[in-house]
Design a protein around this ligand. Structure first.
Ligand SMILES: Nc1nc2c(ncn2[C@@H]2O[C@H](COP(=O)(O)OP(=O)(O)OP(=O)(O)O)[C@@H](O)[C@H]2O)c(=O)[nH]1
Ligand SMILES: Nc1nc2c(ncn2[C@@H]2O[C@H](COP(=O)(O)OP(=O)(O)OP(=O)(O)O)[C@@H](O)[C@H]2O)c(=O)[nH]1
Ligand SMILES: [Mg+2]
Ligand SMILES: [Mg+2]
Lengths: 291, 275
């Protein structure tokens, strides 16, 4: 682990005076390895290390702690602070609409249903709208999940090709429901697919959602920056949901996406069950990234 | 890469960044850069791409043959596994389409009985591609589906039986045990089956792909890998690390959501996109 590696690097140094520039530089090599192994994006890792190096240089080696341990603590604190800042809740002012977006297979449909259940447990009346007209049985999938959690789902005709028409019809349907917040599930797409991103932009502009959540797989590698940046620039996101954190992905994508968009990571998907959605825990993910 | 600056020294940092951002992982990247740097003076900015290509190519090895029809008339059984959302079901549809276009008879086993509308999803594909599908009710036994499908494939002289399975994280031992049970069940009617045991990996996954491959390999002794979503920004470099450590070769790539967005793995094209 990084802690072990740093402890080895600093075996002989004990607590007095400032951390030297050499202490820091030696540690940076180890931390860089750890960040890249944790799938933090290359330039994000570089920037993060440079910023923390500044802070570390001012620190005094505490008597009871080895410099290695101290540097790990500095990094963990910095990372948890970066990951956790302004992790507020959801803007659910009426008309409360939440748009779920992201790459193919990230977990949007599952997360849409989990979020609906979460909101219902909070005493709200959620509705789900199936706007994925592309994937076979996507509408069935959301309808099935909606039934499991007892949340009404707007299901378009699977032969419908126009997602804006579906959105228009869904808004009409919503008027006759007794809902207080609506979650719109969308089709997966690759962030560099200009046509599909343009379609999503039209949908977003039409719905004018209070929240646009980027659903992303926590095991995403070096493309995390590209993914987050493209969605942010094209449609503007208000938050991120990291999924499949119940696995052993190190989760560096959290740092990458957060750094490049400055948007909060609002939730963590921690399993396939509808109950397995948690508030994002920055300390735990920081610990996981640094290993 | 500073590749075409004639007479210039190699920008090793640039090469390192290229490989890391291609998701080859820092460890394998360091190993490759060390090997190339050890070839003292033989490599210049002009030849670095070629040298690096050769190095990665030697890791990836020869592309294996396409899945073969059996000579004894029994179906070739292909078991497809992987973590959640990587593209197993869609890749199976694409593979069925490809094999059918080549003149083979294909059957599908909808053995993801767990996820909402998983059976429906594969059924839509089966109908579109005009391929028979064996399924059971939602939350039925996946091993039983594979057994019944295998029985039907044998009886009907089907050339290829492809078994879809539920996505599962490799860290969940009960789910990995279920997968092993599926494999054992398939072996009941033909102890050489399943003949192909593949993992599907997402091209945008980072180093976790290696963890995935390790665990699925322990469960199934994988002999192939499909890398999907190469139409996106992901380079799929993690599959080089998988080949390097576990010797599991890439067989096919997915390049989109349609049934034709699928082709045999080609290491030249793959490496070119990384470099
Ligand atoms: N283990 C685990 N699996 C998850 C989690 N979230 C989603 N999944 C699974 O990931 C797979 C993909 O989820 P979907 O909800 O279909 O993903 P999607 O983004 O809607 O996919 P597309 O609509 O095709 O782009 C399914 O097998 C889900 O059960 C999670 O937090 N943990
Ligand atoms: N762009 C792109 N999308 C793909 C590719 N392969 C699969 N997909 C999409 O990825 C999403 C997930 O695909 P599935 O086939 O449902 O994945 P899976 O592994 O079976 O998922 P689970 O069964 O839930 O674990 C769908 O939206 C597919 O259309 C590909 O090569 N390119
Ligand atoms: Mg979906
Ligand atoms: Mg599937």
């Amino acid at each position: 682990s990084l802690s072990d590696n740093l402890q080895n690097t600093f075996k002989k140094i004990r607590g007095h005076g400032k951390l030297t520039e050499k202490n820091i530089t030696d540690a940076m090599r180890e931390v860089r390895m750890a960040l890249l192994e944790a799938d933090v994006e290359f330039s994000v890792a570089k920037t993060f290390i440079a910023n923390v190096k500044e802070r570390a240089l001012g620190e005094t080696v505490l008597k009871s702690v080895s410099p290695g341990q101290q540097i790990v603590k500095i990094f963990q604190d910095e990372m948890a602070a970066l990951l956790g800042v302004d992790a507020e809740g959801l803007d659910l002012n009426p008309p409360a609409r939440i748009l779920m977006v992201g790459l193919n297979g990230a977990g949007k449909t599952t997360t849409s249903a989990k979020l609906a259940l979460h909101l219902r447990k909070e005493g709200r009346r959620p509705l789900l709208v199936a706007c994925d007209l592309m994937r076979p049985a996507a509408i069935d999938q959301l309808a099935t999940l909606g039934k499991q959690i007892d949340v009404p789902v707007y299901t378009p005709d699977p032969n419908e090709k126009d997602v804006l028409k579906v959105a228009k019809d869904a808004l009409k349907w919503i008027e006759n429901q007794n809902g207080t917040v609506t979650i719109f599930d969308t089709a997966g797409r690759q962030e560099i697919d200009n046509e599909l991103v343009a379609e999503l932009k039209k949908l977003r502009d039409f719905l004018d959602p209070k929240e646009t959540l980027l659903v992303a797989d926590s095991a995403t590698g070096q493309q995390a920056v590209s993914v987050a940046q493209h969605f942010e620039e094209a449609i503007g996101i208000t938050g991120i949901v990291l999924t499949k954190l119940d696995g052993d992905a190190r989760g560096g994508a959290a740092l990458s996406m957060r750094s490049v968009t400055q948007k909060p990571i609002k939730f963590a998907g921690v399993g396939e069950k509808m109950s397995e959605l948690e508030a994002f825990d920055p300390e735990r993910v920081a610990g996981r990234i640094l290993g | 890469l500073n590749r075409f600056k004639s007479g210039e020294p190699v920008d090793w940092d640039d090469l390192e960044e290229t490989l890391i951002t291609g998701d080859l992982g820092i460890r394998l990247t360091t190993e490759i850069v060390d090997i190339l740097q050890a070839k003292k003076g033989q490599i210049t900015a002009e030849t670095i791409v070629e040298a690096c290509t050769e190095e990665i190519k030697s890791i990836l090895g020869e592309s294996p043959a396409l899945p073969q029809k059996r000579e004894d008339g029994l179906p070739t059984v292909i078991l497809v596994a992987g973590v959640n959302g990587v593209g197993k079901t869609t890749s199976i549809a694409k593979l069925a389409h490809l094999l059918k276009k080549q003149g083979n008879s294909v059957m599908l086993a909808a053995a993801d009985t767990f996820r909402a509308a998983a059976i429906e999803q594969l059924t839509v594909w089966a109908d579109r591609l005009d391929v028979p599908i064996i399924k059971t009710q939602y939350q039925g036994d996946p091993s039983a589906v594979c057994y019944d499908a295998h029985k039907s494939a044998i009886t009907n002289n089907v050339d290829f039986l492809i078994c879809d399975t539920a996505g599962r994280l490799h860290t969940k031992s009960n789910l990995m045990e279920e997968l092993k049970k599926i494999e054992r069940t398939i072996a009941k009617q033909d102890d050489t089956a399943p003949h192909e045991r593949w993992i599907v990996v997402d091209a945008t996954t980072g180093s976790n792909a290696l963890n995935q491959a390790r665990e699925f390999n322990k469960a199934l002794e994988l002999n192939g890998l499909i890398v999907t979503k190469l139409d996106g920004s992901g380079k799929g470099g993690s599959i080089v690390a998988v080949k390097h450590e576990l010797d599991i070769p890439a067989r096919f790539i997915g390049t989109g959501e349609g049934e034709n967005d699928f082709s045999a793995f080609d290491s030249d094209a793959f490496i070119a996109s990384i470099l």
